[in-house]
Ligand binder design. Structure first.
Ligand SMILES: Cc1ncc(COP(=O)(O)O)c(C=O)c1O
Length: 400
């Protein structure tokens, strides 16, 4: 599949029409990635649940739903957005983490399945909703991810240890709860699937301990290359997952059991780029800084995780130099790309930050009372459409 990259004239037209900074998404790429995830496993009751935290834009959610996905939610807010995109209660799984009973109530009232993340939350659920169906998030003790902040399997605040399955069952019995699902998520961004497959195996072993399961949810974390790494070998992963799943289903009592995965990044990362503009150039203590409008309020990943994003410069310069690309936020850490060799830039040039569709807009903020950018979709027919307007100063003032 060809990589999504905008031409110089497209960038200029889009920035002129919608302003900068600007998130731009490509529908065709989004649909391709959805289909790859959907075809990962061949089983009638296999269902990818898009992990909406990666990008909650309602128009993107609608496209993802139209590709046959269900969805997971981490908060009441995500549930509201997913409903607005057309997801039905039975298509949403509320994977809760340290929530109040009121948040649980919100989901239960709508008929949305809640998965709880600790024994204490299972007690809370049981006290408030005796006799109901519930899921539990298990922690298989194995983690994988691009940064220690996003490795969730093993020592982390997430899930219930496998050794506690007896206690889970005892609490369920005390409140006549039906444990209808188990889920896990070992971390975000693996480009090699062995730990994921091994964690699937572990979760299926745990599944045998429960009698009423309607679903087993294997989690997300499917990585994309940000820095030219080899792509995740989906064919190999698919073969390995298929084997583990087939082995399990052969001897499992519920032949209608739904098997879910929760990809977020894989679905949306590569369909998105972030356009920005150069506002200043300076040399400070012999380091050259390219100052842009891309503060970390717009894209937080480099500051939060030291993440790498490719930078494309849109000018005609034939010379290159080493620069540090920074934003407009009042913090020294406000760096998008450090010590990069890039075409020599001038004020007014446009740049694009690649692979920005996941955890980009969804982590953006109004820090420094800055406005969050607009979002635009390049549709399959090549036309562009505004799918979220830029914040306005009035939006900020509304909080007064
Ligand atoms: C419970 C859960 N599921 C799925 C995901 C999605 O992860 P990814 O975007 O790496 O696929 C996350 C990410 O944090 C998560 O916490």
């Amino acid at each position: 599949m060809k990589e999504f990259r905008l031409s110089k004239s497209q960038i200029e037209q889009l920035a002129e029409k919608y302003g900068s900074p600007l998130y731009v998404y490509d529908e065709e790429t989004l649909r391709t990635r959805c289909r790859e995830m959907k075809n990962l496993v061949s089983y009638t009751h296999f269902k990818p649940n898009y992990s909406a935290k990666a990008n909650t834009n309602i128009e993107l959610l609608k496209i993802i739903r139209s590709e046959g996905f269900h969805v997971d939610a981490m908060s009441v807010g995500e549930i509201i957005l997913e409903e607005a995109a057309g997801f039905l209660p039975e298509e949403i799984l509320f994977i809760s983490n340290n929530v109040t009973s009121q948040e649980m109530q919100f989901a239960v009232d709508r008929g949305i399945t809640v998965s709880v993340d600790s024994l204490s939350q299972l007690e809370t659920f049981g006290r408030h909703f005796p006799g109901k169906k519930v899921g539990v998030r298990l922690n298989p003790g194995v983690g994988a991810g691009h940064n220690k902040k996003v490795i969730t399997g093993g020592k982390s605040k997430f899930g219930i240890e496998l050794e506690e399955i007896t206690t889970i069952k005892a609490i369920a019995e005390k409140y006549s709860l039906h444990i209808v699902g188990i889920n896990q998520h070992i971390g975000s961004l693996f480009l090699e699937g062995s730990k994921y497959v091994s964690a699937c195996h572990t979760l299926f072993e745990a599944a045998r301990e429960f009698d009423e399961l309607e679903f087993v949810d294997l989690g997300g974390g499917f990585g994309v290359p940000y820095q030219g790494e080899d792509r995740l070998d989906l064919e190999k992963l698919s073969r390995q997952m298929q084997q583990v799943i087939d082995e399990f289903l052969e001897s499992y009592r519920n032949k209608e059991l739904e098997i879910k995965i929760e990809p977020g990044r894989y679905v949306v990362a590569e369909c998105g780029v972030l356009i920005g503009q150069v506002n200043s150039i300076k040399v400070n203590y012999s380091e050259k800084y390219v100052g842009t409008d891309l503060g970390f309020n717009v894209l937080m990943r480099p500051v939060l995780y030291d993440s790498y994003h490719g930078i494309v410069v849109y000018n005609n310069s034939e010379e290159e130099e080493k620069v540090t690309v920074v934003g407009n936020i009042c913090e020294t850490g406000d760096v998008i790309a450090k010590d990069r060799v890039l075409p020599v830039m001038m004020e007014g040039d446009y740049i694009a930050v690649e692979t920005a569709g996941a955890y980009g807009y969804s982590m953006s903020s109004n820090y420094n009372a800055r406005l969050r950018p607009a979002e635009v979709l390049i549709q399959c027919d090549g036309t562009d459409r505004l799918i979220r307007r830029r914040d306005s100063l009035e939006d900020l003032a509304r909080q007064l």
